[in-house]
Design a protein. Sequence first.
Length: 344
Amino acid sequence: MNRTEIRAQSRQVKEEQVSRAAWVCTPEFLDRYIRPHLGAAGADATADGGTWTTNVIQLDGSGAATVQVELDGSAPVFAKLFPFDDGPAVHAKLQTMRHAGLGAGSPYQVVEPLAWYGTEKILLCQGAPGRPLSALLDDGAGLVEGCARAGAWLAHLHGMEPRIGAPQSLLVTGELTSLAKRLAKVVTERPDYIDTALGMLSRLDALSHDTVDGILAQSHGQYRPIHVFLTDDTVTVIDLDRSAPADPARDVAEFLHRVRQGVHAATGDFSRADQPCAAFLDAYRAAAGGERLANLRFHWARYIFHSLNREIKSGEADWRNGGNTAFRHYRDEFYRVAEGRAGA
């Protein structure tokens, strides 16, 4: 499939998802599929129908669309619209995880699946209780505590048995094909970026020689502060669609990268992420040990380089003449991790 065909397919998927999301927001769908899962809130509103509130919160054409639904201020329910055939596996995965110790009564939980509607290819999930960790990026003490709890949750997931899904090799979890595709697009549009990119690729290549094959745990697949919800008693995590047995260091690397970028965006200061990231790593290592993190520097540096290439493509980061502020931030972060100055 060539680039034009890929773009056409993506447009078609997005158009279909837009239409399906509009259908989910109709009273007909809400009354038929959502109301039965609202318990007393749904029953109390039956007489007059109640007032539905819907909000499409994910619709970019790259995967499942998500619609948030509430009835008269009830706890939110999320309808996840799968464009392909992976929905049943995600539903079964969440059920298995909750039965394996990540469900009701545990301080560490995954979001509760309510129903899978096969004909519509829609998964319903209960909204996660509490606040997302991403809301604390400018809250010094709160972020430190939240990151420590997020590290403990991740260690708990990585130690889970049984493992669910097809195991992924280091070649897959390293996501080098994704890196290559984005980089190819960037240098096609900005050919004078090649020398800078090759220098960073050379450093990433050196890190790859120190990686270790065969380290597997039940991974999250997209472990980010926005997916971690906190109450006083529980940590609940959402969006486990990509969870599979994989290199656990990838989850750790993505979380650290996202926290540092988020703190910098919120406060303008990378150093304010040092203590939260250290708390996350300390909590993870205390619960899981450090043996699973042999490939952390490689994954972390690769995430930074991939994000830099996105910023180069968008024009936010300019590498020329020593680089603008955005470029220097990514470059300094990359070499800080690659040279082992980040506690990895």
